[in-house]
Design a protein around this ligand. Structure first.
Ligand code: ATP
Length: 437
């Protein structure tokens, strides 16, 4: 398995991910997605949106503001509970999560020392993970607001609006993709744990008597999604939470975990949250968020099954899963074997020589209508193949001196490295066949 340093440097070299604000020395826990990374991210989000919203009749989408009324976070429990106990080193001033100071870093008498410098530590204190800001001209308690630490709470606060406008009958879901912010004490493992990240969340509302059925359904459905975008089954597992791990209101929770170089780690959580979230907002806002069932004339607070996955963590798992090194004619070849649905570029078009620029650009322009395409004329063909192997482009197409005469091009397969001569007017069909097989 690829190690994190190798992957991080590939990501920088090929334009997947850069350290944010690098020219100023970087800012810990923030990352910028480059021209190739942004395409990967977009594919991941598109695939999720298609499967969760576009292909289903029972789910609609939503795009809410990042800053919400602060009472939202009182109702959700984030103001009072969303915190990690943390410990500071009095000497080097580093901050650690209390659970990171394990016995191996303690001195012989049970007294805990700083794992970095051996300095004296403070007692554990609660540290709220929400970023704070002020809305408006005054900076006082009345204008205090938070950057959302998860996208889902606005789905609950908009529940009534969405349900009545979209005339939805239970069971139905509301889905959202968006940025979330957590002032993580120790951001680490590249884009696995950062302070600004993107989530894709679905809240699926159902009758409380049916929540178990839907919970099981969504666990399976979400697992299958990872397989559909090419994550290897052997690197994925389901981890149902033990009873004592569950929040008091939750009836069940299962994480989808991926085998990262630093161990099995959560990519997504699926939870049967009962009617807790809506009930909390009913209590805090005093508004009626009940559901009225036309058929039975019953009024009740729906239960919700939540699926919550990180875009950045999914991208990381795809990069790790796709990475392989091979030896070809005594040289190392690095390949990202992405599934074609998530590859940043599905095809790349090269002119064999600068003299063939014009027809090659025309071909690429035509193919762009059908495929995510890149055009590359820098360096030798061998270098261009290598560059596109490293960003995972499944097919590279070379327009050569013969192409003008035989109206055909050479198509090189990323995985087999086999080259086929294909008539230009057959290219779209040929590639479509390859992508659907
Ligand atoms: P962890 O235990 O790893 O902190 P969590 O259980 O707090 O995660 P949730 O609150 O369930 O995470 O968030 C849902 C998803 O959002 C996670 O499965 C993960 O993919 C993503 N996520 C959460 N925190 C971060 C973060 N700091 N950086 C990147 N992605 C994150």
């Amino acid at each position: 398995m690829v190690d994190m340093d190798t992957l991080t440097s590939l990501c920088k070299r090929r334009g997947f991910v850069f350290q944010s604000s690098e020219i100023y020395g970087g800012i810990n826990g923030f990352w910028d997605f480059g021209p190739v990374g942004v395409e990967l991210k977009r594919r991941v989000k598109d695939s999720w949106w298609k499967r969760i919203v576009q292909w289903r009749e029972d789910v609609v989408g939503l795009d809410t503001s990042i800053i919400a009324h602060p009472q939202t976070w009182v109702a959700s429990g984030h103001v009072s509970h969303f915190s990690d106990p943390m410990i500071d080193c009095k000497k080097c001033k580093r901050r650690f999560r209390a659970d990171e100071i394990n016995p191996s870093t303690s001195s012989g008498h049970g007294e805990k020392k700083c794992p970095e410098c051996g300095g004296e530590l403070t007692e554990a204190r609660q540290f709220n993970l929400m970023f704070q800001t002020y809305v408006g001209a005054n900076q006082d308690a009345a204008s205090l607001a938070y950057l959302r630490p998860e996208t889902c709470q606005s789905i609950f606060t908009e529940f009534k609006n969405v349900q009545s406008v979209a005339r939805l009958k239970i069971p139905f879901g509301i889905a959202q993709i968006g940025k979330a912010f957590r002032n993580e004490i120790t951001p680490r493992n590249f884009i696995f744990r950062s302070r600004e990240f993107e989530q894709m969340e679905l809240e699926f509302f159902c009758h409380p008597k049916e929540s178990q059925k839907w919970y099981e359904y969504w666990v399976q459905e979400r697992f299958d999604w990872f397989l559909s975008i090419g994550v290897k089954k052997e690197n994925l597992r389901l981890r149902p939470h033990a009873k004592d791990e569950l929040a008091h209101y939750a009836k069940g929770c299962t994480d989808i975990e991926f085998q990262m170089p630093f161990g099995w780690s959560e990519l997504e959580g699926i939870a049967d949250r009962s009617d807790y979230d809506l009930s909390q907002h009913i209590k805090t806002s005093g508004k009626d968020l009940d559901y009225f069932d036309e058929e039975t004339k019953a009024k009740f607070v729906p239960a919700v099954v939540e699926t919550s996955v990180g875009v950045d963590r999914t991208c990381l798992s795809l990069l790790i899963d796709a990475y392989r090194e091979e030896e070809v004619k005594g040289e190392k070849r690095i390949v990202l074997g992405f599934h074609p649905t998530i590859a940043p570029f599905q095809i790349a078009v090269f002119p064999l020589s600068g003299k063939l620029r014009e027809p090659a650009i025309k071909l690429e322009k035509d193919l762009r209508k059908y495929f995510a395409a890149d055009y590359d004329e820098a360096g030798s063909i061998g270098k261009r193949y290598r560059r596109h192997d490293e960003v995972g482009t499944p097919f590279c197409i070379t327009y050569d001196f013969q192409s003008d005469q035989d109206h055909a091009v050479t198509v090189r397969n990323r995985d087999t490295m086999q080259q086929d001569r294909i008539a230009i007017d057959q290219l779209v069909r040929y590639l479509n066949d390859k992508f659907s097989s």
